[in-house]
Ligand binder design. Structure first.
Ligand SMILES: C[S@@+](CC[C@H](N)C(=O)[O-])C[C@H]1O[C@@H](n2cnc3c(N)ncnc32)[C@H](O)[C@@H]1O
Length: 193
C-alpha cells in the first residue's frame, strides 16, 4: 500500500533514489510531459522488441514509459524496477489499469531480483547517470538478458555508457525528441556478449 509521504520528505540516503516529495513532484511532471517526451522513445523500443518479448525497464520511476509501451504493444510482458519504493508506488497507481499487471519491484540495478536470462530487452531512460555502481548494474543487466538480448539506454550525454563492460556496444547515437528538443539525449544500444 502507498504510505504517508509527508512523514519522510527527504532524498533517500541511498545514492540516486528519488523518494518522498521529490518522487511526488517527479510523478506530476512525468504524467504531464511524459506522453510527449516518451512518444519517440516508446516507438523506438516498440520497433526493437520481438513479438511477446519480456521487457524490463530499469529505474522506471513513475512508470510512464511502461504505460505508453503497453498501449503500443499489448503483446509485451512488462516489468519495472526502481531503487525508490515511492516511485514504484507511483508506477503501481499509474499502471493499475493494465491487465496483465506489469511486474513492478523495488530494487537496485546492481542486484536485480530476476532469474538469469529472464528478458529479451532491457530499457532504461534518464536513470543510468544516477546509478552508484554502473559496472555492477551492467553485469546484472547482462545476467538477466537472454542470449541475443539487448539493452537500450536513453540518457543524457554524461550517462555511464563506458561502464557497461559485460555488454557489447552496438550503437551510440544522439536521440532528439521533436517534442523536447532541449533534452540532449544519447541512445546507447548494446547486446549480450
Ligand atoms: C530521473 S528518474 C527517471 C525515471 C523514468 N525512467 C523516466 O524516464 O521518467 C531516475 C530514476 O532512477 C532511479 N534510480 C536511481 N538509482 C537507481 C538504481 N541504482 N537502481 C534502480 N533505479 C535507480 C531513481 O529512483 C529514479 O526513479
Amino acid at each position: 500500500m502507498p504510505h504517508d509521504h509527508h512523514d519522510h520528505d527527504h532524498h533517500d540516503r541511498r545514492h540516486g533514489a528519488i523518494e518522498g516529495r521529490h518522487s511526488h513532484r517527479y510523478n506530476r511532471i512525468a504524467r504531464l510531459l511524459g506522453p510527449l517526451q516518451y512518444r519517440r522513445i516508446a516507438a523506438d523500443i516498440a520497433a526493437a522488441a520481438p513479438e511477446s518479448a519480456a521487457v524490463l525497464d530499469v529505474g522506471t520511476g513513475p512508470g510512464i514509459l511502461l504505460r505508453i509501451l503497453a498501449k503500443r504493444r499489448p503483446d509485451l510482458r512488462l516489468a519495472g524496477v526502481d531503487l525508490a519504493r515511492d516511485m514504484i508506488d507511483h508506477a503501481a497507481r499509474n499502471l493499475a489499469h493494465l491487465d496483465p499487471a506489469p511486474d513492478l519491484r523495488t530494487a537496485d540495478v546492481a542486484a536485480l531480483p530476476f532469474d538469469d536470462a529472464a528478458f529479451d530487452l532491457v530499457v532504461t531512460t534518464y536513470s543510468s547517470h544516477h546509478w552508484s555502481d554502473p559496472e555492477t548494474g551492467g553485469a546484472e543487466i547482462a545476467r538477466v538478458l537472454k542470449d541475443g538480448g539487448r539493452l537500450l539506454d536513453y540518457d543524457f550525454p554524461r550517462g555511464p555508457f563506458d561502464a557497461f563492460d559485460d555488454l557489447a556496444e552496438t550503437a551510440r547515437t544522439p536521440f532528439r525528441s521533436p517534442w523536447m528538443p532541449f533534452m540532449r539525449t544519447v541512445r546507447f544500444e548494446a547486446a549480450k556478449r
